[in-house]
Design a protein around this ligand. Structure first.
Ligand code: GUN
Ligand code: ZN
Length: 430
């Protein structure tokens, strides 16, 4: 049974605002060592140094790190089955590995088992909220929503729209896709912690008519999310240029259809130009930076500094199965290396913010998730600072807070996870 008043003790770390790009001392970082996080009725009601009274069920994790649950803003449920597939760039990878794997999700039993396995895996990696691609099959979206509702999770997803340039078994058509989307919106959008995202796979797999339909759905209801891919790979960008000669750029294909808005999440955004960045910033859309995927598929190096300068939001995402781990620490550690290759340095604060409060703000969910503010739902994870002799030795000599947290981000992974709570309820325990 879940206690109505739960108090967790540990080193509490969250953000009260947006840290500066390379700041090591940031006023936006709230670190409360050896403190209690108070949860009542599934919501955070406060933090304090003093031990709470006997009306609280207490769990003492002294010497451990307590963080808001991570938010993965771009990940593919069915692609757990093709994670770590050898030898291809994006377009070959889709045809060789991904499309065959996604075809299996037409089967409701496969979709249900896959959704359960996927969400349990997220929780076992410290991710409590996600923006997720299922497959083109309506049943795969239903399975994902049902499984998230069962676990009480915040989930944003939608049936994938794709009506060309894919195997027939993965293609819908405009009229059926519209009916299926509307039915799913009616049944799941706004139910519990679920929200619907109009889900255009990417420009090459949708006809102009389907893109127009997707835009119409967004225009009809501003509370809907939109998710897609943009400018990930150079061959893909060239293909889009040929398919949509009238568009100024890949991003413009989406912009012209009204798909760029404050609830839009576009994965990758590597091969954008300055005009694209200006358009993105004006639209309020966010880019999901997927460093593990971008390195694994050889897609390119995302320019986060240019994104900051342009002023659009950037969140962090695993993009499994293009990405090679659901771990957000591994994702962020890869993000640091991508920035290093570009001659930049990503602070632990900028990185962790992009997987917590920053992602929540980008999604308009900062009243609900991403930090320990009073009234938010208690999606919380407890982590070991160090696992194993190498990390333990490193922590012996770490002095200042940024050094410690940066080493944690770089050296830790899901093996450090002790427990995950969703709305105050334990959903994973090591
Ligand atoms: N572009 C279109 N579909 C996909 C996908 O499944 N993964 C990635 N990384 N890029 C895509
Ligand atoms: Zn993706």
């Amino acid at each position: 049974a879940t206690p109505s008043r739960l108090a967790l003790k540990g080193d509490l770390l969250d953000f009260t605002g947006t840290p500066g790009w390379a700041e090591r001392d940031s006023a936006a970082v709230r670190f409360q060592p050896a403190s209690w996080l108070l949860i009542e009725g599934g919501r955070i009601v406060g933090t304090q140094a003093e031990e709470p009274d006997e009306s609280w069920t207490k769990q003492d994790h002294s010497g451990r790190l307590i963080l808001p649950g991570f938010i993965d803003t771009h990940v593919h449920c069915p692609q757990l089955d093709v994670i770590a597939s050898y030898g291809t760039e994006l377009l070959d990878w889709l045809n060789t590995y991904t499309f065959p794997a996604e075809q299996r999700y037409a089967d409701p039993a496969v979709a249900a088992a896959g959704a359960a396995r996927f969400l349990d895996a997220l929780l076992a990696h410290g991710t409590t909220s996600a923006v997720v691609f299922p497959t083109v099959h309506k049943v795969s979206a239903e399975a994902l929503f049902e499984a998230a509702a069962t676990r009480g999770m915040r989930l944003i997803a939608g049936k994938v729209l794709m009506d060309r340039h894919a195997p027939p078994a993965l293609c819908d058509d405009v009229a059926q896709a519209e009916r299926d989307s509307i039915d799913l919106i009616d049944r799941f959008h706004g139910r519990e912690r679920l929200a619907y995202a109009v889900t255009v796979r990417f420009a090459p797999t949708s006809t102009p008519a389907q893109l127009a339909m997707a835009g119409a759905l967004c225009r009809a209801d501003a509370s809907l999310y939109m998710q897609t891919h943009v400018a990930e790979n150079r061959s893909e960008v060239e293909w889009v240029r040929q398919l949509f000669p009238e568009a100024r750029s890949y991003l413009d294909v989406y912009a012209r259809e009204g798909l760029l808005h404050p609830r839009a999440v576009l994965a990758h955004g590597i091969w954008l130009d300055d005009e694209d960045r200006r358009v993105l910033a004006a639209s309020g859309a966010q880019v999901a930076f997927c460093p593990s995927s971008n390195l694994f598929l050889g897609s390119g190096l995302f320019d986060w500094v240019a994104a900051r300068a342009a002023g659009f939001a950037v969140s962090a995402a695993s993009d499994v199965g293009g990405g090679t781990s659901l771990s957000m620490q591994r994702t962020l550690a890869d993000g640091y290396k991508v920035q290093a290759l570009a001659g930049q340095r990503l602070s632990a604060w900028a990185a962790l913010h992009a997987a917590t409060r920053g992602a929540a703000e980008g999604l308009g969910l900062q009243q609900e998730i991403g930090h320990f503010g009073v009234g938010t739902l208690a999606d919380v994870c407890i982590w070991d600072w160090a696992q194993g002799p190498v990390a333990e030795a490193r922590f012996q000599v770490a002095r200042e807070l940024h050094e410690k947290v940066f080493a944690w981000m770089t050296l830790s992974d899901e093996r450090n996870l002790v427990a995950s709570y969703v709305a105050g309820r334990q959903r994973y325990q090591r």
